[in-house]
Design a protein around this ligand. Structure first.
Ligand code: BDR
Ligand code: CA
Length: 319
């Protein structure tokens, strides 16, 4: 089977961690490298977190590149209130010291695309690395097969302001730059669909029953996130946004949407909002595919069987 080559650009982050696990456990992706951007935590902490995840899966062969430490224009605002001081739910797992972390994610992205193979980018954090890469070499970036960006919203309310989603709110200028300047297709895996993906207490109990090092890791890192969701919005369980971007990339039938033109608000009261011109009011050419429907059950089935194939029968029974 031919595996699709991807770069994962992320800011781990509890749900980024779940997305990376899914990408690496699936047999559909060939992860060329993981690039880190500041978002949930500063990029250097995000890189340490990726190594912990790679170590868990014995995949320290995958190169990790630190990218942009600050948004294009705004001051950096991180989300330790949501993801914990260490970005992995205050599990404070020991750092992995016997592996290199590289710098210059932007050059890595450009160099990898230049090799000539079909490459896609799954972006799970603010779009600063991608915007910088386009600014540096738009010709090369336009050869990307597909960009999947977790961010924004269509009809759903924001999670950082009444209208703005975190990734686009942290670096609205980068998000706007990417949507305005890239010809490769971008799919916006936004809050309208990711809000449907809730790791409920039942699912967490199922993970506890599996009792493997991987399931324990997931239960441990999501505990802080679950408490946050209860405090913040009286949700039981936690919304896991980022793995939906990976699952959708692997299996497009999990979500559906529509083509539209998107613009991103860069300042003022609506900073970070994704404006989706669904009625084609301005008559612009569409620059993205906006997801607005998700088959939650299909996602959960894929998520669990991909991460825990050895428990397929139990998963079928419970799901
Ligand atoms: C996004 O913001 C981050 O907190 C998550 O990792 C996800 O990428 C959701 O708005
Ligand atoms: Ca993220």
């Amino acid at each position: 089977m031919i595996k699709r080559k991807v770069i994962i650009d992320c800011d781990p982050g509890i749900d980024d961690a779940l997305a990376i696990l899914l990408a690496l456990k699936s047999n559909k992706l060939d992860v060329q490298g993981i690039t880190i951007v500041s978002g949930n935590v500063p990029a250097c902490q995000g890189a340490k977190n990726v190594l912990k995840i790679l170590n868990l899966l014995n995949r320290l062969d995958i190169p990790v590149y630190i990218g942009e430490e600050y948004p294009l224009v705004r001051e950096l605002v991180t989300a330790e209130d949501t993801h914990g001081k260490d970005g992995l739910g205050e599990t404070f797992l020991p750092d992995i010291s016997n592996t290199n972390i590289f710098y210059n994610a932007v050059d890595f992205i450009i160099k990898t695309i230049k090799k000539g193979d079909k490459i896609s980018i799954i972006a799970l954090g603010p779009l600063t690395n991608l915007a910088k890469a386009i600014k540096k070499d738009a010709f090369t970036l336009n050869k990307v097969e597909e960009i999947i960006s977790m961010g924004g919203s269509f009809k759903s309310h924001g999670n950082c302001s009444p209208v703005a989603e975190f990734n686009y709110w942290v670096d609205p200028h980068a998000a706007k730059y990417v949507y305005d300047n890239i010809n490769s297709p971008i799919t916006m895996v936004n809050l309208d669909v990711t809000r449907e993906i809730i790791l409920t207490p039942n699912y967490i109990e199922l993970l506890s029953q599996f009792n493997t090092s991987l399931s324990k890791f997931i239960v441990d890192i999501t505990k802080f996130y679950v408490d946050f969701h209860w405090r913040q919005e009286r949700t039981l369980g936690c919304v896991i946004n980022d793995p939906l971007a990976v699952a959708y990339f692997i299996d497009n039938s999990i979500c559906s949407g529509f083509y539209s033109h998107i613009d991103i608000v860069t300042d003022g009261i609506a900073m970070g909002q994704s404006i989706v011109d669904v009625a084609n009011f301005y008559g612009y050419k569409s620059n993205s595919y906006v997801l607005n429907k998700v088959d939650n059950h299909k996602f959960m089935e894929y998520f669990f069987t991909c991460l825990f194939p050895e428990f397929k029968e139990d998963i079928n029974l419970i799901l």
